[in-house]
Structure formats: structure tokens, C-alpha cells
Ligand binder design. Sequence first.
Ligand SMILES: [Zn+2]
Length: 111
Amino acid sequence: MARAGKPTWFVGAVPSWSSLTMSENHTVICAACKLTLTGPENPSPADIFSCPQCQAGDTYEAVMKEVKSYATEQAAKRLQAHMKGIATGNKFTYKPGRIETRNYRFIIDGM
Ligand SMILES: [Zn+2]
């Protein structure tokens, strides 16, 4: 039986480590390997979650902190791109590729 929990980020709400079936939840993945972090099913803030491939990991608390700033940054970038589009009179001026302003170890899948 699988005992490993999968960390997920509930957009706009509190973080959740389960309920992967809910569409609002995004999986927390390793930024380098794009693999879902694994850890205990009902973690406490001090429990370690890590990448199954490169072993990059941190505590539940630290991982959540990191993906929260990642989510905030992504939202800011989207808003910025949107505003830019309005300012120039174009529909949208999204540039392909990501603008990395920080090296995240953990990111959110699909964001
Ligand atoms: Zn990794």
C-alpha cells in the first residue's frame, strides 16, 4: 500500500497535501526533475518532503513557504503581462518562456 503523501498547493487557499483529485489542487514538484515530492501522508510542519530522483527536499513548512512565493510570483507575472498588453493596445503580449527571478527548488505543476 502506498503510504507516501503527495504535496499539493491549493490555489488561493490553504495548502493541502492530499486531495490530488481536486482540480484546484496543483502538485508540488521538484523544479529540476519535474517530479512530485514525496513524504508522509499526514505531515507535521517538520516532516521532510523530497524529490524521488535528486533527493532535493525540505520540511513541509519550508516547502510550502517556497511554493507560496512561487505562486505569488507567477500571479504577479501574469498580472504584469496582462497590464502590458493593455498598455500597448495589443490583446496580450505574453512572451514565450519563463522569466526566472529566483531559483526555486520546488514549484507548482501547471503554473
Ligand atoms: Zn529533483
